[in-house]
Ligand binder design. Sequence first.
Ligand SMILES: *[C@@H]1O[C@H](CO)[C@@H](O)[C@H](O)[C@H]1NC(C)=O
Ligand SMILES: *[C@@H]1O[C@H](CO)[C@@H](O)[C@H](O)[C@H]1NC(C)=O
Ligand SMILES: *[C@@H]1O[C@H](CO)[C@@H](O)[C@H](O)[C@H]1NC(C)=O
Length: 367
Amino acid sequence: MKFNVAVTLLLVSLVGIAIQGCHGKVVQFIFGDSLSDVGNNKYLPRSLAQASLPFYGIDFGNGLPNGRFTNGRTVADIIGDNTGLPRPPAFLDPSLNEDVILENGVNYASGGGGILNQTGGYFIQRFPLWKQIELFQGTTELITNKLGKQAAEFFQDARFVVALGSNDFINNYLMPVYSDSWKYNDETFIEYLMETLEQQLRVLHNLGARQLMVFGLGPMGCIPLQRILSTSGQCQERANKLALSFNKAASNLLVNMASKLSNASFKFGDAYDVVNDVIRNPYKYGFNNSDSPCCSLGNIRPALTCLPASTLCEDRSKYVFWDEYHPSDSANELIANELIKKFGFLDVNSHAPAPAPESAIAPSPDE
Ligand SMILES: *[C@@H]1O[C@H](CO)[C@@H](O)[C@H](O)[C@H]1NC(C)=O
Ligand SMILES: *[C@@H]1O[C@H](CO)[C@@H](O)[C@H](O)[C@H]1NC(C)=O
Ligand SMILES: *[C@@H]1O[C@H](CO)[C@@H](O)[C@H](O)[C@H]1NC(C)=O
């Protein structure tokens, strides 16, 4: 039976080569809030942050609500599509299992979630970032049970996206109902957020994350909700200043962490400037409205959410904002293209450069 043994050995080594040579695809693990949620809150029955009614999702797939808080794609959807990455399903999607994770990654993002546990408390149910990281730890255990030592490689190659922060202001610090609004001032609150974010990113690094991107904040003082609350209809400059301070602090934090953590490509990028310009000069970018939601309940504003009773704007691609809080698919495309430039994303699975964004300003020299 010598022959059989030899064949078996040969097969074993071939299988070994196959596994080694093809250690799976590059996938994404996404941590975020409603700007990145693809359906987790749909499965949180008591959550008040929901995108489960028409007309959410009207420009996506079959046009029915799918859990995204916009009419079409999220920024993370578009970045993934343009860089050759599969779209990760929501963590709570009942079809999620080890094979799906190895093929597609996981999206833990949850509407209403923040960097801080207490953020968005009045939504009752949502995953704050700490909770999302706990869920990811469970994922690493599941995959390690399946792949053994090769799990480390799978996570090293994966792309991690962390995109939270606006709720920590809009649904926490800037609301007087939260103790954070009187315990801190602008500067100390941002320090508190950065200390928390640093701990969270360290935990992700300990769990094996190496390619990690943090998305910064846009001009959140200009979302329709903030304008309507300002009586003059103008952007709330205080909220915008906070977003800029957050971005600056997070950028410094990421530079600092990337230099200290082993093998870590930890980066920060934001689209503040381009979104600010779109809001101030919508026509220049092909938009026709940058101050009110496409989906609204007539004159009843702010409407908390888009509803079947709402009316839609005539041309959804011409509105920067879909509802009181969230950008439209067209605006998300612009934001995604800006972030692709900022991060110097390459098409991961073919190693060809990502397609050039249409409205390219000067290509950024960083990487
Ligand atoms: C935040 O919540 C997590 C549970 O998800 C808990 O382990 C952690 O201690 C909390 N952190 C703080 C600062 O409250
Ligand atoms: C960094 O990554 C390389 C290649 O994956 C690995 O050989 C090395 O041990 C890592 N270094 C540290 C300090 O983890
Ligand atoms: C913008 O919208 C207004 C009213 O909604 C419409 O009258 C106007 O023609 C639109 N302009 C462009 C450039 O689409």
